[in-house]
Design a protein around this ligand. Structure first.
Ligand code: 4NP
Length: 178
């Protein structure tokens, strides 16, 4: 994890999560039909392949409510399927009580982070917010996951590449040494 630019309280929280039996993470993007449901699918596969599925609760939600109830965007489902991932999440909007039900709330871009901060009901809740880019290497050209909605195929492939890299780091960061 790249720790500069991350709230020191969030770093403390991440350290404490390593010792917990259960970890609950919520991915958040604008529409909850492209980036965050893809992140959910990518991380789910990583934890399942590691035989660690019971420890993790993984969900996703959107800042906006335009697509509530919908499956992920067809283009994202097609690109994910090409990588062997079936995305079946149904879109939902993020709610203040999500801060009670999840240990980490991971925003895809800077606007998501700003919107989540507005929603956070307390400073403790705010410390649960972290940008997905914190799990990309310091050498990456990206600190946020760019919105692919108005992009072509390359935009969706880029998002999936970044999510795979970030989710591997997220999993390693929160998994105690065995
Ligand atoms: P996402 O992409 O935030 O990655 O799900 C978007 C999906 C829908 C819209 C914007 C971004 N929209 O404006 O409807």
């Amino acid at each position: 994890m790249v720790s500069d630019k991350v709230n020191p309280k969030t770093i403390e929280l991440i350290e404490s999560l390593k010792d917990k039996d259960k970890i609950r993470v919520l991915f958040v993007c604008l529409g909850n039909i492209c980036r965050s449901p893809a992140a959910e699918g990518v991380l789910r596969r990583i934890v399942d392949e590691a035989g660690d599925g019971d420890r993790w609760t993984i969900d996703s939600a959107g800042i906006g409510r335009w697509h509530v109830g919908d499956l992920p965007d067809k283009r994202m489902r097609i690109h994910a399927r090409d990588r062997g991932l079936e995305l079946t999440h149904r879109c939902r909007q993020v709610r203040p009580y999500d801060f009670d039900n999840f240990d980490l709330i991971i925003g895809m871009d800077s606007q998501n982070i700003e919107d989540l901060r507005e929603l956070a009901p307390s400073p403790e809740a705010e410390a649960r917010i972290i940008p997905m880019g914190a799990f990309l290497p310091a050498s990456s050209n990206y600190y946020f996951i760019p919105d692919p909605y108005y992009e072509g195929s390359e935009g969706f492939e880029l998002v999936l590449d970044l999510l795979e890299e970030a989710c591997r780091d997220l999993y390693a960061t929160l998994t105690p040494a065995r």
